[in-house]
Write a protein that binds this ligand. Structure first.
Ligand code: URP
Ligand code: ZN
Ligand code: ZN
Length: 470
């Protein structure tokens, strides 16, 4: 099968030029001016950006959490991702305490197999890592293609692991080419503050945010980086939300320490005021870390520009207001933590980043696709447009506008955090390994088009993978 994409403006993390692309079966076979060979399908990309498919390195599909299960499964979540211009997700499998990591991975494979619209990989959330389990980590990295592991400093009694476990995991994973992704918040102190608030009758959603100070996140980031330094390895901070935490990453990077971090659209576009309504609406935004005071947003954009933040992921973890968020109506600590986002990431970042003049179009591609591909062992198969790479390609209309709404988006959740917001920049057509899965904004694929990706090991060095400090 041959597909020609003609007349497009190809944008990668480093290039921006007009050319045509020939796809043969699943890969990019040729890039050049005025390609005119026979093809089974021709796509006219005039006045469109032709960009590498987005990579969302942080999703939680079909995940049991907070007494319920995230509302998108691997079918609906990846279909929504495709609509939004994302062609790869890396989702989090969870090892329960006492469970074999291999068994946990098998469960997540079962959840996803045959259902996805796009390719997917797994990180493994590790909740229990005695010495005798380390061989399972080795097997994950070398045989199963799961090369990154999330550890939690938060959620005591559920997901939190102690510093000894974190240090053990970092040392061992680092030695074998794996990477620890850290949920960096001092969960033990937060728990103390939460219990105090509840005892004083403070039960509304806003107290979720008021009981999770930015200093608790900064302390977690600082500790994670120190532990990684002692373990002589890199660390990746997930869902970084505020300036206090960013400062710790920046200080480390300025010293040459291989600390990496992602932020998410919610921390760039939403703020603490979302919690303030007197009714239960604030529950929509109960996520961890919480939304911060608005002034943090421009600091995060500066972090993205200066490469102190390398990646935009979503932390997509949706729960419906009806029945799910409702579990915490009388107690904010029982509201399932998380929000939807996998479908809106690319348009939000294009609009708030490129259209608003905060980042250029190359940096947009880099933080939404190329950098996560490089950090998580998918590059150059994913994350760029180059001969030999998978033909994961998004035809993106940079001028078209749309209004975000739960009614028209495809995520399986009954609200959207950005309801009514107008954005410029719309995903029109999406190819996943050469197959058109979204055509003129309509899904034309089928569940099972996506395949599991075994990821490679990566030796992360300071300042990689970004091309330059801007
Ligand atoms: O609120 C969030 N972030 N829910 C998902 C779990 C996590 O900590 O990433
Ligand atoms: Zn987390
Ligand atoms: Zn998460």
């Amino acid at each position: 099968m041959k597909t020609l994409i003609k007349n497009g403006r190809i944008v990668t993390a480093v290039d921006d030029y007009l050319a045509d692309i020939l796809i043969e079966d699943e890969t990019i076979a040729m890039i050049g001016k005025k390609l005119d060979m026979q093809a089974d399908k021709i796509i006219d990309a005039k006045d469109r950006l032709v960009i590498p498919g987005g990579i969302d390195a942080h999703t939680h599909l079909d995940m049991p959490f907070g007494g319920t299960t995230s509302a998108d499964d691997f079918r609906t979540g990846t279909l929504a991702a495709a609509h939004g211009g994302t062609t790869t997700i890396i989702d989090f499998a969870i090892q329960n305490k006492g469970q074999s990591i291999i068994e946990a991975l098998d469960i997540w494979h079962e959840k996803a197999a045959g259902k996805t619209a796009i390719d997917y990989g797994f990180h493994m959330i590790v909740t229990d890592l005695p010495h005798e389990r380390l061989k399972e980590v080795k097997r994950m990295i070398h045989d199963e293609g799961v090369t990154s592991f999330k550890m939690f400093m938060a959620y005591p009694g559920v997901l939190l692991v102690d510093d000894a476990t974190i240090f053990r995991g970092m040392s061992f994973a680092g030695e074998h080419g794996g990477l620890i992704c850290m949920h960096a918040e001092n969960g033990v102190v937060i728990n103390e503050i939460v219990q105090r608030a509840l005892a004083e009758g403070r039960t509304a959603p806003k107290f979720h945010a008021l009981t999770r100070p930015t200093k608790a996140e900064a302390e977690g980031v600082n500790r994670a980086i120190a532990l990684a330094e002692m373990a002589n390895t890199a660390v990746y901070i997930v869902h970084l939300s505020c300036y206090d935490a960013l400062k710790k990453v920046k200080e480390a990077r300025d010293e040459g320490i291989p600390a990496f971090a992602e932020t998410c659209p919610q921390y760039l576009f939403l703020d603490y005021s979302a919690y303030e309504s007197e009714d239960f609406e604030g529950a929509k935004y109960v996520m961890t870390p919480p939304l911060r005071e608005k002034w943090n947003q421009e600091e995060l954009w500066t972090g993205l520009r200066m490469n102190d933040l390398q990646v935009i992921s979503t932390d997509h973890c949706p729960f419906c207001m009806k029945e799910q968020k409702e579990l915490g109506r009388n107690d904010f600590s029982k509201i399932p933590n998380g929000g939807p986002g996998v479908e809106t990431r690319m348009s939000l970042i294009y609009n708030g980043g490129v259209v608003a003049g905060r980042i250029d179009v190359n940096r947009f591609v880099e933080i939404t696709s190329t950098a996560p591909a490089k950090i998580f062992g998918l590059f150059p198969r994913k994350g760029t447009i180059a001969v030999g790479s998978d033909a994961d390609i998004v035809i993106f209309n940079p001028n078209k506008k749309m209004t975000l709404s739960a009614k028209t988006l495809h995520m399986n959740v009954d609200y959207n955090c950005y309801e009514g917001m107008q954005v410029q920049g719309v995903t029109e057509t999406v190819l996943s390994r050469g197959k058109v899965v979204i055509e003129n904004e309509k899904y034309v694929g089928k569940p099972g088009d996506g395949k599991f990706l075994k990821r490679s090991t990566v030796q992360l060095k300071h300042r990689e993978p970004a091309s330059a400090v801007r």
